[in-house]
Design a protein around this ligand. Structure first.
Ligand code: ATP
Length: 233
């Protein structure tokens, strides 16, 4: 579905990603892990068209994404949930969700997608009239994810959703990721929580200094080996 080959990208004269290639299979959860500064967020920025591709290609269902402006990404049916769970604090939970279906092509499906969101995230239904600014960190993360799903994207990209969450919310988050995967969603998950990410994933990519240093089916990953690679510089 998503195919990245020989990608080089970075910031101005500074190159961060070096000939990076990876594939995301439809209906699978692919996780990208790696230490701080490995280039995970830079990779997501390149996919979303926020930084230019210097070399290589990014295609979605065979169509090149290079050059697609970020604001058109929902036309190609991709949604990204950035790190930091940005919600509209002065709007209610339900208003935030409806913003996820604001684009004209998504409005017809909004009511059905809202109901699906509430089934997936029952806590949000309970809190639908509450201002998003008063949600806990975990609830705000759920809201950011549910809002991303309101456009029914073919590909959902989630950047570090467990960052800063209490352990009980981390459990709930990974349980929901497992259910989204069970629904046949195609997901790219960038995570620092290696063990949990590998536990929920179908395929694992480990990044190190802007390169992929491991690509393996999650069922075959040895956490010890991963640990050794993770800390090798
Ligand atoms: P983290 O887990 O800490 O978010 P990461 O794997 O997502 O790390 P990136 O944020 O992609 O890593 O950073 C990769 C490299 O790019 C780092 O060396 C970082 O300093 C550099 N970098 C990130 N943003 C910029 C920027 N706007 N301008 C210049 N360099 C940047």
């Amino acid at each position: 579905m998503l195919e990245i080959s020989n990608l080089r990208a970075g910031y101005g004269a500074i190159n961060v990603l070096w000939d990076l290639s990876l594939t995301v299979q439809p209906g699978k959860l692919t996780t990208i892990i790696g230490p701080n500064g490995a280039g995970k967020t830079t990779l997501l920025r390149a996919i979303m068209g926020l930084i230019p591709v210097m070399q290589g290609s990014i295609t979605l269902d065979g169509k090149p994404l290079n050059g697609t402006p970020t604001w058109d990404m929902n036309l190609v049916s991709m949604a990204m949930i950035p790190e930091g769970r940005m919600v509209f604090r002065d709007m209610t939970v339900e208003e935030n969700l409806m913003m996820g279906a604001f684009a004209p092509q998504h409005r017809a499906g909004a009511a059905a997608n809202l109901e699906k969101s509430y089934v997936m995230f029952p806590r949000l239904r309970e809190r639908r009239k509450q201002l998003a600014g008063s949600l806990s960190g975990g609830e705000a993360q759920m809201l950011a994810m549910a809002r991303g799903l309101m456009s029914d994207p073919k590909l959902l990209i989630i950047d570090e959703p467990s960052l800063g969450l209490a352990p009980v919310m981390v459990n709930e988050l990974f349980e929901i990721l497992g259910r989204l995967k069970g629904d046949g969603r195609t997901i790219v998950l960038v995570e620092q929580n290696t063990q949990r990410a590998v536990g929920v994933a179908d395929h694992v990519y480990l990044m190190q200094s802007g390169k992929v240093v491991l690509s393996q089916a999650a069922s075959e990953v040895s956490l010890d080996h991963l640990h050794d690679l993770y800390f090798a510089r």
